[in-house]
Design a protein around this ligand. Sequence first.
Ligand code: SDX
Length: 380
Amino acid sequence: MTASACEYIPGLANVPAAQSSISYVDGKKGILEYRGFQIEDLAAKSTFLETTYLLIWGQLPSKQQLADFENEVRYHRRIKYRIRDMMKCFPETGHPMDALQTSAAALGLFYARRALNDPQYIREAVVRLIAKIPTMVAAFMQMRKGNDPIQPNDDLDYATNFLYMLTERIPEPLAARIFDVCLMLHAEHTINASTFSAMVTASTMTDPYAVIASAVGTLAGPLHGGANEEVIFMLQDIGSVENVRPYVENLIANKSKIMGFGHRVYKVKDPRATILQGLAERLFEQTGRDEYYDIAVELERVVEEKLGSKGIYANVDFYSGLVYRKLGIPTDLFTPIFAIARVAGWLAHWREQIGENRIFRPTQIYTGGHNHPYIPMRER
Ligand code: SDX
């Protein structure tokens, strides 16, 4: 079927690029569902690995299916020593998202490409990427400090093990549970920029490691997954509750984007922001309030007052950083953590795309000239 009208829509806003059953967003009502299950329900009752299984294979796993998946992921958490050796050459000042994109692509060197219609190959790639991405994020974080990476602890569940590899301390159960919920909240979100990037790469039938490396690079941008880190820098820059209003008025006067606000689809508060705000408050009960939380709440109030009429509200990136700070996670790891979670959604779309594939190749509206005569250097 070919498109009749050749109308150019900047950013493909509201242009369907796929048919998918993986997740659903209602931007007006603030609804997010994974395979038909409401995000609030999953956040309260599920786990990240169970949600990952649901996203990728389309139904909630049985007790045995979940146990098998968890055990396979646990078994594959370690990374090849050659990848650790490669990381030793990375500059300590490099951004962890660049380290992650490089090491994710490197994974493909160790696992020979096989037919993409082989369910076993698909499962192995899913398990390896879900299992190894957290280990690579934690390894770079340790190595840039001059430390040996902390090996995964097979006695710990997925979320607890990641926090352990970051800090070498076993986190409190509440902290681990809240981190696991954060991973669920960030796992999937229809055809966002990094997922679209994954789908375009997948549509060429390349290997899944290249697909994930493409998506990591896309997520890193400050207009997408990089916003969570920028929100903390902004809260630090604002410095006090009293300074919020003039700060916002200045940003608006300069037509600057306010990080952590606005969304292509949500025209109300992102339901994930609401849940993350609640998680932050639960953490604060146990650990004390974050110094920036009051500034954040006032900032959300002022931005809603000024820009709510334009449908600009807090998105998923606004409160996530305040949760991660309380978990002792460095600011520049916020986006790699977003990537750890979103690997689930990227792999779900990879599997859906290769299952009924047509290579992405849109058209363009040409705006240049034609038939220019070549101009010799002496005449330029
Ligand atoms: C994520 O797509 C997804 O689902 C992404 C995500 C996911 O789970 O994958 O939800 C994760 O990326 C969340 C978004 C994180 N990014 C930020 O917080 C960065 C700040 N947000 C903006 O850059 C912006 O809101 C976007 C990029 C999120 C959405 O951009 P759009 O849909 O292209 O909107 P736009 O830039 O065309 O803006 C429309 C209007 C403009 O005003 P006018 O020129 O029409 O007068 O709204 C204004 C914009 O200036 N606007 C903002 C704003 N966002 C939009 N003004 C101030 N601050 C903002 N944050």
